[in-house]
Design a protein around this ligand. Structure first.
Ligand SMILES: [Zn+2]
Length: 153
């Protein structure tokens, strides 16, 4: 059983995107990366990972699990970071079930800008879903499967 520690905010704010290039692999910390310096978005943590949440008017309760170290994508996580992601995900699930009783979840990694990754630091999106949402019943692949998303040729 992993013990989760709630760490007080440091006061740093998300203010920029990472400046590290994708050819530079995992480094311990990027001073310009908002996910290396999460500030008051930090909600839960364990040895290798953090759970971050920002207030969101639509995706209420959603957040991201990120490695503490600056890893460009999920493919760069160490086995220990994968295990810590799993452990923290279980705790996040319990917290969300306790606080808002979602009927489902979407979990997802966006890897690369083509796939929608906006910050060059691995992040597992945890999105609680509710039966009374207008998009209830639509999953992660829904938008990608639309005919207008077909590649040319
Ligand atoms: Zn980072």
């Amino acid at each position: 059983m992993t013990t989760t520690t709630i760490i007080p905010p440091t006061g740093a704010r998300r203010s920029s995107i990472c400046s590290i290039s994708s050819t530079e692999r995992a480094v311990d910390n990027d001073p310009h990366c908002p996910l290396c310096n999460p500030g008051d978005t930090l909600v839960l943590a364990n040895e290798h990972c953090l759970y971050l949440q920002e207030p969101h008017a639509v995706l209420v309760g959603s957040g991201i699990i990120v490695p503490r170290k600056h890893r460009p994508s999920a493919f760069d996580l160490t086995p220990a970071e994968w295990a810590a992601t799993y452990d923290l995900l279980q705790e996040v699930r319990a917290k969300l079930l306790r606080e808002s009783q979602p009927e489902g979840f979407n979990l997802g990694w966006n890897i690369g800008s083509t796939a929608g990754q906006e910050i060059d630091h691995a992040q597992l999106h945890v999105i609680p879903r509710y039966a009374d949402e207008p998009y209830a019943g639509k999953g992660i692949r829904h938008w990608l499967k639309q005919p207008e998303n077909k590649r040319p040729g």
